[in-house]
Design a protein around this ligand. Structure first.
Ligand SMILES: *Cc1c(COP(=O)(O)O)cnc(C)c1O
Length: 382
């Protein structure tokens, strides 16, 4: 694979990763729920303000746990944006759910809350908002509609760690939320995730499902004298080696977020006028949102211009990438009757969105080079 001078993403080391991994090895506890797992969970609980936080092997697995916890059954309907990663819906489809795709808003690329009421049926068992690029969905409206119908809201907060909506942390709005610490996310451990729980009713069973369906946690606390099979479940807890890596990053969260904020704001300031001249739209952050600085994207005037711009940047050894292909148009979604026109904004945005290089260690020179390359693009020749 070609190594770009300026790639799209580079994994980041915050500093203490090796030391903490050594410490985990020396302690002799490298399976799940060791001391680093506890430290990570404490940080998430305190910083986000949730009742319970459980590290999981991935965000995908946190979503799968949610589907198990709300007892998704074959034929149940789950409302998700078409403009998201497959795991947002696959976790529910694994339990037999039928996806109901909702279109996005032009400004934030988040689920369009105005379309929600019309998609709800007696079979709707969950609404799963995705805070795209770490910008909060319109949670007041979503929670109000969900509340009227008594439908659980489950947040896919893979992009939104430490982002806020109306002053409140993303991840605290739904009865549960899923975080990702995949290599491409702001804070990472390669492959890792977390399940955040805000509703007490799910806490005990979440511990059991995560521990292969056993009540091992009660046993470890001395509350029962042997542990046994208590429920369905799987192996959703990461090794403490992974948690050690994650802990080193979570402890440096302020530094990481400050780096990303600076990069984001520089792109915005440098490209604002250029974008207006060429009919390019930049990300729009509603006043009520404090974003998580997960990504910086451009919306180009057409798919052809996007392809030409990708080629132009590649010729300068810079990798820019597009993002989600609409899920309702995927081959797998054909069985649910997905067809062009179902989610027109998603279809349009998906063709025109381009993500720029964005990683914690992106230097000022590298970023200046991306900006210069963009400004050198010849719009007429394309
Ligand atoms: C990255 C991502 C996921 C999956 O995260 P993993 O930790 O890789 O399982 C799910 N949803 C969204 C929106 C994501 O961006």
């Amino acid at each position: 694979m070609h190594k770009y001078r300026i790639p799209f993403n580079i994994p980041y080391l915050a500093g203490n990763e090796y030391a903490y991994i050594s410490e985990a090895l020396e302690k002799g506890h490298i399976s799940g729920d060791g001391s680093f797992t506890m430290r990570c969970q404490e940080i998430l609980k305190e910083q986000i303000g949730v009742k319970h936080a459980l590290l999981t092997t991935s965000c995908t697995h946190a979503l799968e746990m949610m589907a198990l916890l709300i007892n998704i059954q074959p034929g149940d309907e789950v409302i998700v944006p078409s403009f998201t990663f497959v795991s947002t819906i696959n976790a529910f489809v694994l339990r037999g759910a039928r996806p109901v795709f909702i279109d996005i808003r032009e400004d934030t690329k988040n689920m369009d809350e105005k379309l929600l009421a019309d998609l709800i049926t007696p079979k709707t068992k969950a609404i799963v908002p995705v805070h795209y690029a770490g910008v909060g969905c319109e949670m007041d409206a979503i929670l109000e509609i969900a509340g009227e119908h008594n439908i659980p809201v489950l947040e896919d907060n893979a992009h939104g760690l430490f982002g806020k909506y109306k002053g409140r942390n993303l991840g605290t709005f739904g009865c549960m939320a899923a975080q990702s610490f995949h290599e491409t996310k702001n804070i990472s451990a390669g492959e890792c995730g977390a399940l955040l729980i805000n509703d007490d009713a799910y806490i005990d069973r979440a511990d059991i499902i995560r521990e292969k369906g056993t009540n091992r946690k009660l046993f470890l606390r001395g509350q029962i004298d042997k542990y046994s099979w208590a429920d369905i479940g799987s192996s959703y807890l990461p090794s403490d080696i992974i948690a050690a890596f994650l802990c080193a990053q979570l402890e440096e969260r302020e530094k990481i977020q400050t780096l990303r904020e600076k990069i984001w704001k520089k792109y915005e300031a440098e490209l604002r006028d250029w974008a207006v001249v060429h009919g390019v739209a930049l990300p729009q952050i509603p006043d009520c949102c404090e974003q998580a600085y997960h990504m910086f994207y451009l919306i180009l005037p057409s798919q052809e211009l996007r392809a030409a711009l990708i080629r132009h940047l590649k010729a300068r050894d810079i990798l820019s990438v597009f993002h989600y292909v609409p899920l309702h148009l995927s081959t797998f979604a054909q069985q649910y009757g997905g067809k062009p026109g179902d989610c027109p904004v998603t279809e349009d945005i998906s063709d025109r969105l381009l993500r720029l290089p964005f990683y914690n260690a992106l230097t000022e020179d590298e970023q200046a080079s991306v900006v210069t390359a963009l400004k050198e693009f010849d719009w007429r020749a394309s």
